[in-house]
Design a protein around this ligand. Structure first.
Ligand code: NAP
Length: 275
């Protein structure tokens, strides 16, 4: 299998390096349509969360797409109000019901905040995995100290840490942490919610390759060994982002983007562990 084929259709059961984000895709019909369009365009990884209020629509999109459920890597997240042990169990069952699936491929702790308690929360995640409702345990917005604690409780690294990551927030420390471990990084807001489009370095590289700024940002994330889950609503953005799998940046491009010194964090609630 060539590297390009592998990027598009990884081995069964692996997490594809490009997924579709769905935060704020809140109109149910539109959200279902975006998910269906993405799957039919070749995406095989969909990211949602209890807090997005769209699990039912995401499930409908998956059911309506001409792609078997078992070919789709589906991830959702347990909200911070639901992280007490029994609430993890009951609300995850509700999520599966809304999604219309028997299990999800990945279940994340959305933030280490509010009701999060490593022992209580993660033991419930382990129970869900043992019961076959969840294939993998993930975390999101975790810093190294939370990852260390989670590893102690789980007896292994979580499968993935989903964090904001893009050329304006390259997250060197978290990338270094993951590199030495069995831990995937998943980049949320990989387009910095549109802010990367304004960066002259990204514009230069896009012009050189004759591709969009979005594709350059996503190809840069992939170069760092990180999975990206850009949110896109209409077919134009959905297919533009998917075409990033064909963009190969050279060392000079990566260096130019690494050299951007502007910093920008898009998602910064008061309960974030860094606040
Ligand atoms: P993003 O993916 O960086 O940016 C999304 C924005 O870019 C939307 O306005 C979208 O417009 C636009 N866009 C997408 N593709 C484009 C293209 N090719 N050309 C021009 N514009 C384009 O931001 P995000 O939604 O914050 O992050 C992505 C996903 O990560 C979320 O949807 C969610 O699934 C996840 N997330 C997780 C967390 C967490 O705490 N774990 C936090 C934030 C996000 P249209 O919608 O009009 O296409």
């Amino acid at each position: 299998m060539s590297q390009n084929e592998q990027r598009r259709a990884p081995l069964a059961n692996e997490m594809p390096m490009l997924g579709l984000g769905t935060w704020q895709n809140d109109d149910a019909d539109q959200c279902a349509e975006s998910v269906r369009t993405a799957l039919e365009a070749g995406y095989r990884h969909i990211d949602t969360a209890q807090a997005y209020g769209n699990e039912e629509a995401v499930g409908r999109g998956i059911a309506e797409a001409d792609v078997p459920r078992e070919d789709v890597f589906l991830a959702t997240k347990v909200w911070i109000d639901n992280l007490a042990h029994d609430d993890v169990l009951s609300t995850t069952e509700e999520s599966l019901e809304k999604l219309g699936v028997d299990s999800v491929d990945l279940l994340y702790v959305h933030w280490p905040a509010r009701e999060y308690d490593a022992e209580e929360t993660l033991s419930a995640f382990q129970q869900l995995r043992a019961d076959g409702l969840v294939d993998r345990i993930g975390v999101s917005n975790f810093e190294p100290r939370h990852l260390d604690e989670a590893r102690d409780v789980l007896g292994e690294d979580p499968f993935a840490n989903q964090v904001e990551l893009h050329p304006l927030l390259p997250q060197e420390e978290l990338r270094e942490y993951a590199a030495g471990r069995d831990l995937e990084l998943v980049a949320y807001s990989p387009l910095a919610r549109g802010d990367v489009f304004e960066q002259p370095e990204i514009q230069d590289v896009a012009e050189k390759h004759g591709v969009s700024e979005a594709q350059v940002s996503l190809a840069w994330v992939r170069e760092k060994g990180v999975t990206a889950i850009p949110k896109a609503t209409g077919e134009d953005h959905i297919t533009d982002n998917f075409a990033s799998l064909d963009v190969d940046l050279d060392d000079e491009d990566v260096e130019q983007i690494d050299g951007i010194d502007g910093r920008d964090r898009q998602v910064d609630p008061g309960f974030a562990p860094w606040n």
